[in-house]
Ligand binder design. Structure first.
Ligand SMILES: [Zn+2]
Length: 254
């Protein structure tokens, strides 16, 4: 089933070859650790992510904000979004208990919420605002920028993931939808804050272009803010940990 899903993904160009291997590893860990119920949640996240990446792709391409390489995800993207969730799945088989279910739902919600928020934010008519300085408008696609449309997308995506988790019977009776929304929204806000503060932003030494990549014009970029080793994938991975922690904290409160 995992191979089948990954093959569909590679055939539809949603992932590249490295992404295929990473998806098989992440998919198997989750299926083996958590079972088919957990796998359904991940499949829903993946479908939503791919769907919103390709939604109005031509428009995003014209605006210069579309995901690179035709929107296909490579292995660091897959690990950043699914790595933490697969560790929770494996931990669940060793230690059991509903705590790992909540952590898993929080991590997947955060990954899904952030992916959809990013893709919807690119379509926002109004400019994104920097989360750490809300009066400052930034270009579409800038890490740390937030839009109302993106926040709405984050909310709805985590509500869908929570509803699905409830439907397949995860969570042992706790209010999963609320917990999932909390994990997803806190995770994606965390993603924006880390994106604004810690993520590498640089300027090309040759052409002067602003970039979030590590190299431009075949030269390492000059770092203007953030840390050199923290890129978008590292931020995404940290955001899934924040989402998981937020979801678990809420179960102790309500
Ligand atoms: Zn350059």
């Amino acid at each position: 089933m995992v191979i089948f899903f990954a093959l569909i993904a590679i055939a539809s160009r949603a992932i590249d070859k490295g992404g295929f291997l990473a998806s098989v590893v992440v998919g198997y860990s989750i299926l083996w650790g958590g079972g088919y119920k957990w796998f359904i949640i991940v499949a829903a996240f993946f479908t939503l992510g791919v769907g919103f990446t390709y939604y109005k792709y031509e428009y995003k391409k014209r605006m210069g904000t579309a995901q690179e390489k035709g929107g296909s995800r490579n292995w660091p993207n897959i690990i950043a979004n699914g790595g933490v969730a697969s560790i929770f799945a494996v931990a669940q088989t060793f230690f059991g208990g509903f705590m790992y279910q909540i952590l898993f739902i929080g991590a997947i919600s955060a990954a899904g919420a952030d992916t959809v928020a990013t893709e919807l934010g690119l379509l926002s008519k109004s400019h994104p605002r920097l989360i750490t300085r809300l009066n400052k408008e930034v270009a579409h696609g800038t890490s740390g920028g937030i839009t109302l449309l993106g926040l709405l997308g984050a909310f709805l995506t985590s509500a869908i993931i929570g509803s699905l988790a409830l439907l397949v019977g995860l969570g042992d009776g706790v209010n999963l939808i609320l917990i999932s929304i909390f994990g997803g929204v806190v995770g994606s806000i965390g993603d924006s804050i880390l994106g604004a503060v810690l993520q590498r932003k640089g300027e090309c030494r040759i052409c002067g272009k602003f970039t979030e990549g590590s190299r431009h014009c075949d030269e390492p970029v000059k770092i203007v803010s953030g840390l050199r080793f923290i890129d978008n994938n590292v931020v995404n991975l940290l955001a899934t940990i924040i989402g998981a922690a937020a979801a678990l904290s809420l179960t102790f409160i309500i």
